[in-house]
Design a protein around this ligand. Sequence first.
Ligand code: MEV
Length: 377
Amino acid sequence: MPDFSRFYALPITERVARLGVSFEDNLSLETADQMVENLVSTLELPLGIACHFVINQKPVWVPMAIEEPSVIAAASFMAKQASKLGGFRTKVDEPIMMGQIQLLDSTDWDAVQSIINKHHDELVIQANQVLASLVKRGGGCKEIIFKPLNAKMAVVEVFVDCRDAMGANLINTLMESLAPQIELLTGAQTGFKILSNLSDQRLARAWCEIPYASLDPNPTKDHGREIAQRIVNGYELACLSPYRAATHNKGIMNGIDAVAIATGNDWRAIEAGAHAYASQQPGGYGPLTHFELDNKNACLKARIALPLALGVVGGITQTHPRVKACHKLLGDFGSSAQALAGLMAAVGLAQNLAAMRALAAEGIQQGHMALHGRKSR
Ligand code: MEV
């Protein structure tokens, strides 16, 4: 059971000792040179720990790599408030990613559709031969569909259960392997062959409840209910104005990206998926979180849903000593892509709640600066 008490007040060496994980080793130039081209050096970021997170009833230390002050304090503060009503709950989809093969130059897309349907099962078998090692780990190709887009263009979409991998390399290899067979069967030309970062089959959801009283910076004033109402007003602004929604979602991604970087995940893919998903809402680009008042139980109900295509195996998760240390610190949350996605959704929700509370109460500059100044964590 992690001891979160007054973690922020400890000297750095004692914080590390309390975690029981060493962060001593770092990325060597030799290893970094294998990763990218024209290497000259490596670049450091602060790595901090968010406290007080209880996710599906399990307390967990959350590593966050980020340069922005107050993000880690804000996440910890809101996680502490959420823990008063049980912390965060999560629900995460199976890790399904999709890749597209572009089709061009057919005069009869109905005929192409019938051919793809007729050969569906054999194409899935062929895909699973390419993905043999993933199939051994319980994943593999699940579905192949055909979608005409206009008179000149269509796509074949291939859905793959990537298990604990993010899936980009797996899917891209598969798309390139299947394309010649699809050309042969359909007579159409294939164009682009690549995964989609709009991984909306792979959603992570988290929710929590915050007592009204915990939202009030000055509990003696009993303004919690009013602050909760102002949070809902702010949420409604994000639903109506994409200019506010972009900033609202940026606050969410402050938390998610920081955990993504600490755990060696592709935060550009996560950002692309999150914002593309946010733009799929009925009213156009909108907030990834949702808020409502529960007056009966005197609490604010908050929830989040977004695509999270994560990996806990392969690449930098095996080669970067500090990324490995972060996975170790996360325990069970770092050992499966689905568990990590639930945790990251919870962190995004906490981050957004903290920003919303500060905006609805004392204002972001005053509120976050007070947290950065180490009060009330
Ligand atoms: C700053 O990094 C993030 C915020 O602007 C988010 C928000 O306005 O909700 C504080």
